[in-house]
Design a protein around this ligand. Sequence first.
Ligand SMILES: [Zn+2]
Length: 134
Amino acid sequence: MEECIFCKIANSEIPAKIIAESEKSTAFLDVNPLSKGHTLVVPKSHAETVLDLSEEDWCDMNRLVKDVVARIYDRLSPDGFNIGINMHKAGGQAVEHIHIHIIPRWQGDGGGSVHTIVHNPPQESLEEIHAQLS
Ligand SMILES: [Zn+2]
């Protein structure tokens, strides 16, 4: 994708604060950090969502996420993390190149949890939903 900013970062065409790399993924500091050490992990080849990734690229991204979390935990000593993906517009995806947010958290920082993203409980019973998904 010629105009994709995360492709350009992953291929070193534009500068970024890269903190770690693997064969297939790149981790760099978010330019608008929500907390100290807020990092994005992206695949080096373009993919919009997890559904567009090869199994190998998905596994590689997640190995790098683990490495980066360990590094942040060791060097910045946060009290916790939020780790997540915004998928499609409805899910808040702003750049159409999959990225995993690693957001270090500190006790009393005023933030919420994934439980505060949306409150839209289903009308259907859990049994109905289970039947649809299993
Ligand atoms: Zn891209």
